[in-house]
Design a protein around this ligand. Structure first.
Ligand code: BES
Ligand code: ZN
Length: 835
């Protein structure tokens, strides 16, 4: 749920540090003994190499006072030069000047500094659990500079020797194991940690606070611990067990052992994003690490195992081998991790059937925003690290990992693994670029086209719609495929082309690739399928591996229906067929009634979790549009249609879990029950959700508004949870979204102040709240709001949201009449036939 968004920026090199000065070793001392006053003191020696004579050293530093500066030249004398400092706020740099030139060679920079422990959830920030105060770091992408002056770019890798002074009662952790602990003044300890391997600044971490832990060792003897707030350690046991299996899995898969002797995973009570892969000290939002016995544990277990698998993959892919610069860094590392988390979870928990869920949870979600005019390619240039916050969204994570899935399927799992492990071996403890990964994969698979195929997916936005025609000639079938960008509003843009490997299955072999086609980027191509009988249906995009939509003629689609009904088609293919029809209807390229009919004809006996998740998400999208219906009975008719569709599966699932039930059945039950509207009374919900539900059920609007105000201002509601609470209320119904929008407009200054002007949370408020509207008036309101509160950081989001509102309005205008008619007739027929 922690999606982020993107803004195009120029690639001015001005913010980058010079490569004239290269750090190699930081000795960092942090005195955190004045935690209660929310301040810290630090000293720092950095071994540096100077390449050309200079009288200044420029490094990154923000919100720090630098109180002492010295430089010692190793080559000549032991005289310490004094320096003076000026700050460049905009570039987040400290410019240190010396009266004397510094000669090429090695030297050591000495700094003393101090700063504030902030409450912004990044840099060195405060955490609070109950009454007890703690502190924690979040340095990715560019926040290490808020905690100590440093060369804060991923390619300046160095060793770090960290020492921390803190109060005796507090747990104190860093990337490495403690090397020594000594008594400090005033009831403090001074912890010296072992020196880290050579690594990037954004991976440095320390955590201080009241924690309990549990521990185990993996089969390679790595000590793994899960730290939780006091008394919650047992809730960490699932994550601990999972990590102990996944860590050796990766060591084996990559062919490189985990380089440290310990791995700590900490559930931090205040956490801005989902999780962070700091080397040896991975930090998590509590809900992504802890499984608590009361709240839907099966779903939580899946989420926790995926997040743990994601962050542990980064210990190699990201921490050991790191991208040169940020655009490659998130593109490659986070997307890769978002793919391999599924591989690892599938290995450890095959019963989760997690790869099937990939298509509804990852692939499907990125295909929605990527069909907007205001989408963006996953490869983009970035100027400064703070702009990274703008580029994490369901497109980058979802499309990136879907592209990797596609490559993996295309070159085969063994070639893929080999290429990967060669790549990691070559670039360990170094920096690299994405192309080096592609070339290792090409080499391992003997496929020289790989990077040209890939670039059509990563360097341009969107994905294609394939329009298919078929003609049977005796024992052969002529297939024509035309490609064009798929756009969610149904408009045409014929400028982009993709290179597309296509796997086709048939009625006689519904679960394997019978024909492999390759679209080479031409507008229209023909293929002759041999040895196929006229009664054999064909389906493109086997297992829904490709990122494209297929528009079949009605006859081809109808031929597929039996394969869905009797479930000879795989769940991914059943998912795929209805998802494409839905998207085409939403874009006005087919009737919505086609979709509603298809569900009744082919999916009434569906039992697969993934297929249902997709259907239900799409139905609720349409339902939320009907909040704005013109005809007064559309919503009601629609509700009874949905209930009717769910009836079979609902009757099949009993209220209570059965003894040997699969984990998907457990999740499916909760989803179906939720959708049947019977979930409200269940006591398994988190308190916060109960509060929200109650909130949206108040009849009095001003009461709701007051409640929102309370929620917002209540000190019990953490800053990390505001956005979630807000979006949940907005998504509830029309009134919910209107109230949130009103609140958001009236309190915008406050919201901006709370997060800062360039924080990704703002993007989510913009995209998730007014994104639920479906009328011209509302869209005008949003436009005017933005004119009154311009912020270049939000340009793309505003365009996206206006586009989205417009599409939702078009759905009503294009389809409401026909849907209403269809539903009325069906319903009347049913009622009468029952009598
Ligand atoms: N490295 C990221 C977290 C990150 C990215 C922090 C950019 C700051 C800036 C981490 O590996 C990650 O991807 N976290 C996700 C959750 C994950 C399970 C997909 C997140 O925090 O949203
Ligand atoms: Zn990641």
């Amino acid at each position: 749920n922690f999606t982020r968004s993107i803004t195009k920026v120029s690639n001015a090199p001005i913010h980058r540090l010079s490569t004239n000065i290269i750090p190699s070793h930081y000795r960092l001392y942090i005195d955190a003994s004045q935690l209660e006053e929310l301040i810290f003191q630090g000293t720092l020696d950095i071994d540096i190499q100077i390449k050309e004579i200079t009288d200044e050293i420029i490094l990154n530093s923000v919100n720090l006072n630098i109180t002492q500066i010295g430089f010692q030249d190793n080559n000549f004398t032991s005289i310490i030069l004094n320096g003076s400092v000026k700050f460049n706020q905009e570039y987040e740099q400290a410019i240190i000047k010396f009266h004397q030139p510094l000669n090429p060679g090695n030297g050591r920079l000495y700094l003393s500094f101090n700063g504030k422990i902030n409450d912004r959830l990044n840099g060195f920030y405060r955490t609070q659990s109950g009454d007890s105060l703690g502190a924690c770091t979040q340095f990715e992408p560019g926040y290490a500079r808020q905690a100590f002056p440093c060369f804060d770019e991923p390619s300046f890798k160095a060793n770090f020797t960290i020492t921390i002074r803190s109060h005796k009662n507090l747990t104190t952790l860093s990337n490495m194991p403690v090397k020594s602990k000594s008594n400090g003044e005033n009831d403090t300890y001074v912890y010296e940690f072992e020196t880290t391997p050579i690594m990037s600044t954004y991976l440095v971490a320390y955590v201080i606070g009241y924690y309990d832990y549990i521990e185990t060792r993996d089969i390679n003897n790595v000590l793994i611990r899960v730290y939780t707030s006091i008394g919650k350690q047992n809730q960490g046991s699932f994550a601990l067990k999972t990590a102990a299996k996944i860590l050796p899995f990766y060591a084996d898969y990559f062919g490189i052992k985990y380089p440290l002797s310990k791995l700590d995973m900490v559930a931090v009570s205040d956490f801005g994003s989902g999780a962070m892969e700091n080397w040896g000290l991975v930090t998590y939002r509590e809900t992504y690490l802890l499984v608590n016995g009361h709240t839907s544990p099966q779903k939580t277990k899946q989420d926790v195992s995926l997040v743990v698998a994601h962050e542990l993959a980064h210990q190699w892919f990201g921490n050991l081998v790191t991208m040169q610069w940020w655009n490659d860094l998130w593109l490659n590392e986070d997307n890769f991790a978002s793919w391999i988390e599924f591989l690892a979870v599938d290995y450890v928990y095959p019963e989760f059937d997690i790869w099937t869920q990939f298509v509804s949870d990852t692939l499907a979600t990125c295909m929605v925003p990527d069909a907007l005019h205001n989408s963006h390619p996953i490869e983009m240039s970035i100027e400064k690290p703070t702009e990274i916050d703008e580029i994490f969204d369901e497109i980058t994570y979802g499309k990136g990992s879907s592209v990797i899935r596609l490559i993996h399927a295309y070159i085969g799992s063994e070639a893929f693994r080999r290429g990967l492990s060669n790549y990691l071996a070559e670039y360990s403890y170094k920096n690299t670029i994405t192309d080096n990964l592609w070339s290792h994969l090409s080499r391992a698979s003997n496929n020289s086209h790989l990077s040209s195929i890939l670039s059509t997916w990563t360097k341009q936005m969107g994905y294609p719609l394939l329009t298919v025609k078929e003609k049977q000639k005796g024992n052969e079938r002529l297939i024509t495929i035309e490609q064009m960008r798929f756009l969610a509003d149904g408009t045409k843009d014929d400028r982009l082309r993709w290179k597309i490997p296509i796997d086709i299955c048939t009625k006689s072999s519904p679960n394997e690739s019978v024909y492999q086609l390759y679209l080479n980027g031409e507008k229209k191509q023909e293929f002759l399928l041999e040895k196929i009988s006229s009664t054999d249906w064909i389906k493109l995009n086997l297992f829904s591996v490709g990122i494209y939509r297929v528009d079949y003629p009605q006859s081809m689609l109808e031929a597929l229906t039996p394969g869905i009904n009797d479930q000879t088609l795989s769940p991914q293919d059943r998912f795929n067929i209805q998802a494409d029809v839905f998207a085409l209807a939403r874009a006005g390229r087919r009737g919505y009634v086609d979709y509603l009919k298809l569900l009744r004809q082919a999916y009434k006996h569906e039992e697969n979790l993934t297929v249902w998740k997709s259907i239900l998400r799409q139905l609720s999208d349409l339902g939320s549009i009907f909040e704005y219906a013109y005809l007064n009975n559309t919503k009601l008719l629609y509700q009874s249609y949905v209930c009717d569709l769910l009836l079979n599966i609902y009757n099949k699932l009993t209220w209570d879990s059965l003894p040997n039930e699969s984990s998907q059945a457990i999740i499916l039950r909760s989803i179906i029950l939720l959708n049947m509207g019977l979930y409200l009374k269940s006591d398994a919900q988190e308190e916060r959700l109960i509060l929200l539900n109650a909130l949206s059920h108040f009849d009095d609007e001003s009461l709701q508004y007051q409640a929102l105000d309370f929620l917002w201002n209540a000190t019990q509601v953490r800053k990390q949870d505001h956005l979630n609470a807000f979006s949940a209320l907005a998504a509830h119904n029309r009134r919910g979204s209107e109230i949130c929008w009103k609140y958001m407009r009236e309190n915008w200054e406050k919201i901006v102040q709370l997060y800062g002007e360039h924080d990704s949370h703002l993007i989510h408020y913009i995209e998730h709240i007014p994104g639920l509207f479906a009328s011209v008036e509302r869209s005008e309101e949003v436009r005017k709001f933005y004119i009154a509160h311009p912020n270049p950081f939000l340009d793309r989001s505003i365009k996206k949201v206006l586009e989205q509102i417009n599409i939702r309005r078009l759905v009503l205008e294009r389809h409401e009449q026909s849907i209403n008619q269809f539903l009325s007739v069906t319903l009347i027929n049913e009622r009468f036939s029952r009598v």
